[in-house]
Design a protein around this ligand. Structure first.
Ligand code: LLP
Length: 395
């Protein structure tokens, strides 16, 4: 966590609101993952860039040694700009237009598909480029309904009873499959879900030859407050590595174990800084809204909120809201050091799915992004300006 004095100093140099990401924290999380999977000799981290796709952050994560997971052709192109080589990019689309799939494969990016129609179309291309298959394991895991994505009725993943269709495409259309993938959901808290996921993956994989990898997806839950529950990543790493190593012993090819963390790498690294504009009847307003920091509104997510201008021990209870014309609530019944207009409010866990989900709702501008590493701060994205709102409008 970047200390309050540094954050307060930065508010004197840069206009609020802004996001700031701590590279030292990202690095720490990256090495935690490496350690958790250290018994695996062929291990790869594909950072799920949808969590935070700003190029300055991607360059940092690429230098750490990670590969990247993308979900749109534009993400692929941004990853290439950030310095990832095509072979370091995985593309895991879900129902995207087929031209994106063709283009990504032609760029040399690894594609994973999860439905029969696109698999058949892909096989018909006869391009000889191997692809992966995302499976629906029918496992319920994740923080809330919107981010639980591996249940029976999910739009993600090929149903297990469709797996046999792949054999037909392999035999008659020369389709080449090089790996299997499951992503359970986000904020997954228990090891058991990953155990079940591994059981499904290996029971499918054992029937296929020439595989190159097994991908367990992301979703590792981090802490959102001091006493919060979180996933024990060492247990997950140990278990997945053990079952992977056992499977590898009897398997013909050398396999790679891949994971796709988003939140685990960047959630805790980011904070969102705003300023109190007004206070009335126990409600504190800041110069931002859910257009900038949407998780509380979208998912009812709890994010720690602190008044870093007043860190005195005696706290008072407030609701903290934004200026968007809806019930724009960041937190209810929150204890803050007695607030006054102009105080600086810090919202935590703003690294993942904050800027990347920000919008221009209410014609508000997207804030700037700062990156902090080894006590140095740099701007990695400028604040938008009014012209950005008008660009592409015809009038
Ligand atoms: N791999 C795939 C295929 C994914 O779809 C995702 C996230 C990840 C990996 C990374 O999941 P993570 O490690 O970040 O949990 N906006 C929501 C989260 C959506 C996650 C979408 N997929 C939120 O803020 O909670």
């Amino acid at each position: 966590m970047i200390n309050n004095n540094i954050l307060l100093q930065l508010t004197k140099e840069h206009q609020t609101p802004f996001y700031i990401y701590n590279g030292n924290e990202i690095e720490k999380q990256y090495f935690k993952l490496k350690k958790a999977f250290s018994k695996c000799s062929n291990f790869q981290i594909n950072y799920a860039m949808k969590a935070l796709n700003t190029i300055g952050v991607l360059q940092f994560i690429q230098k750490l040694g990670a590969s990247v997971d993308t979900v749109s052709l534009n993400e692929v192109k941004i990853a290439l700009l950030a310095g990832f080589k095509p072979h370091q990019i995985g593309f895991t689309p879900n129902g995207t237009p087929f031209n994106e799939i063709i283009e990504a494969a032609e760029l040399g990016v690894h594609v994973t598909l999860d439905n029969s129609i696109q698999l058949k179309k892909y096989a018909a291309l006869q391009n000889n480029i191997p692809i992966g298959i995302r499976i629906n394991p029918v496992i319920i895991a994740g923080g809330n309904d919107k981010i639980i994505v591996a249940h029976k009725a999910s739009k993600f993943g090929l149903a297990l009873n469709k797996i046999n269709d792949i054999n037909y495409l392999i035999e008659h259309h020369n389709l080449k499959i090089d790996g299997f993938h499951i992503h359970l959901g986000s904020d997954v808290l228990n090891l058991d879900a990953f155990k079940k996921s591994a059981d499904v993956l290996f029971s499918v994989a054992k029937n296929f030859k020439n595989l190159k990898y097994i991908n367990f997806g992301g979703g590792f839950k981090v802490k959102y407050k001091d006493d919060d529950t979180f996933l024990d990543i060492d247990s997950v790493g140990n278990h997945l590595t053990d079952v992977f190593n056992t499977f590898q012993k009897d398997y013909t090819n050398d396999l790679k174990l891949i994971i796709e963390p988003g939140k685990f790498l960047v959630s805790n690294a980011g904070v969102f800084i705003s300023e109190i504009t007004t206070i009335k009847d126990g409600i504190v307003f800041v110069n931002s809204g859910f257009n900038h920091f949407g998780r509380p509104m979208y998912y009812n997510a709890f994010h720690q909120i602190r008044n870093i201008s007043n860190t005195e021990k005696s706290l008072q209870t407030y609701a903290i809201v934004g200026n968007i014309c809806e019930q724009d609530t960041f937190g209810k019944h929150r204890d803050l050091g007695k607030p006054k207009v102009g105080d600086i409010i810090c919202m935590e866990n703003a690294g993942a799915y904050s800027f990347s989900m920000a919008s221009n709702y209410n014609s508000r501008l997207k804030p700037m992004e700062l990156f902090y590493y080894n006590s140095k701060t740099s701007v990695i994205r400028k604040k938008e300006n009014f012209d950005d709102l008008l660009r592409n409008q015809i009038y």
